[in-house]
Design a protein around this ligand. Structure first.
Ligand code: SAM
Ligand code: TMP
Ligand code: ZN
Length: 411
């Protein structure tokens, strides 16, 4: 792996970003196209670096937002039962702790198919989802969720404030890290929030990515990789303060950050504790990042060797979960239909299409047991508990799961 060769400008503080890992030429991670459709041909160089000033980890180049988030954006948040429960619990908590005034207002940035807002909508809470991807926005609207089909940014926030008044809660899950123009987002949030309001967001935690070698969290849509320290810095630039940080197990390890206007809330001890852990582990030091890059290169070698030897032995192998993450693994490792003939996925938006760049057909989960393969690569490893439980018959039939984080192993 080429490392440390290039610099770019930090999207948070304009400092110098130094590259530490290069995944080469990659397609759009969600470009699931019909076989033979050249629409999936867009490519960019996927590389990641760290800012020497504010320590924000970020991609070295950005993909135009309309290429990624458009009417046919295929990711459906409600596809996982576990995530539906996660967001229902969060909605209930926000309702109990934050949406307590006479007519509270909540805005969600990137509401997707309405997985978080639907229960608040059903309760009659004043809400608005902001969602640029038309297809998923329509699904949210069909559930009774109020949706504005556009990108959230500072001008949108000004319009929402004029139309609806200030928000008690602005929420975003797995969305803030997708947005390179984050200064506009934070200015918009600072404009829109009521004086005592909170901005709550949850995204993959860089400490978990390093600890698990989960390099597949790095793809076009994941522009930023947050840490407590970098979020603290970014918040203060906009008159906001990180008042709480909570570790989550979802999506392979996330943090839920709570920001408030500076000085309006007590800061939870968890913030200092996590910041101290980051410092102690040298999370964004060059030596840590170089070790991560070399672990990733080893995973590539091991995974390709394993798949080639299984093919040589005549074993059948399929993939499970056509995640956006899998685009990085498949394209970085050069894995195509010769090694993994198809991948099963529950998303109707991905089925009967091929994976971006690697052109592996995506099939409905019913293909998995028809008949069961000898091995299955678990690309949706972040949903392992849910998938292994529902596919218990695979293990009982003698099948084995191939995992590749934190290292390549068979279970
Ligand atoms: N919140 C959902 C969840 O956690 O499952 C959806 C996450 S999905 C990975 C990211 C979503 O962010 C997409 O639906 C995308 O269309 C949306 N998005 C991207 N840029 C956005 C922006 N500037 N404003 C609002 N939503 C945006
Ligand atoms: P994600 O890791 O970005 O959430 O994507 C998960 C993908 O895995 C998504 O395309 C849906 C798919 N999936 C299944 O095929 N079966 C399942 O049981 C779950 C939870 C997800
Ligand atoms: Zn910076």
């Amino acid at each position: 792996m080429d490392t440390g060769r290039k610099n770019s400008v930090c999207h948070v503080c304009a400092g110098v970003v130094r590259e530490f890992a290069d995944f080469g030429s990659q397609p759009l991670s969600d470009a699931f196209v019909l076989p033979g459709d050249p629409a999936g041909d867009f490519r960019f160089r996927l590389a990641v670096g760290v800012c020497g000033s504010c320590t924000m980890v970020q991609l070295m180049s950005e993909v135009p937002r309309d290429r990624m988030f458009h009417h046919d954006y295929p990711y459906l948040s409600s596809g996982s039962r576990f995530m539906r429960e996660h967001f229902a619990a969060l909605a209930a908590r926000l309702r109990r702790d934050e949406l307590t005034g006479p007519s509270p207002f909540v805005v969600e940035i990137g509401c997707n198919d309405g997985v978080m807002l639907e229960s608040l909508a059903a309760e009659g809470v004043h809400h608005l989802g902001v969602e640029p991807s038309g297809g998923v926005a329509q699904r949210a609207a069909a559930k009774g969720v109020n949706v504005r089909n556009t990108f959230f940014d500072e001008p949108t926030a000004v319009e929402i404030l004029a139309e609806h008044g200030p928000a008690d809660v602005v929420f975003a899950a797995n969305t803030l890290c997708h947005i390179p123009y984050i200064g506009s987002i934070l200015r918009g949030v600072a404009t829109l929030l009521s004086p005592g309001g909170v901005f709550v967001f949850e995204d993959p935690y860089f400490a978990d990515i390093v600890e698990r070698n989960s390099f597949d969290q790095i793809y076009d849509e994941h522009f930023f990789f947050f840490t407590v320290r970098s979020v603290q810095y970014m918040a203060l630039m906009h008159g906001l303060e990180l008042v709480d940080a909570e570790r989550l197990t979802v999506h392979g390890g996330e943090l839920r950050y709570t920001l408030a206007r500076k000085g309006t809330r007590a800061v939870s001890p968890a913030v200092a504790e996590l910041a101290a852990d980051e410092e102690l582990s040298g999370l964004t030091l060059p030596s840590t990042l170089a070790r991560f890059a070399s672990n990733v290169a080893r995973i590539r070698t091991d995974l390709v060797e394993l798949l080639r030897s299984l093919r040589a032995e005549g074993k059948s192998v399929v993939g499970y979960g056509a995640t956006a993450k899998s685009a990085t693994v498949l394209n970085y490792c050069g894995i195509g239909p010769d090694l993994v003939p198809f991948i099963c996925d529950t998303s109707a938006t991905k089925q009967d299409r091929v994976t971006p760049g690697s052109h592996i057909p995506v099939r409905a989960p019913s293909a998995f047991s028809d008949p069961y393969p000898d091995y299955a690569v678990l690309f949706a490893w972040n949903h392992a508990d849910e998938i292994l439980a529902k596919e218990i018959g695979f293990r009982e039939s003698g099948g084995r799961w191939i995992r590749y984080v934190p290292d390549v192993h068979i279970v």
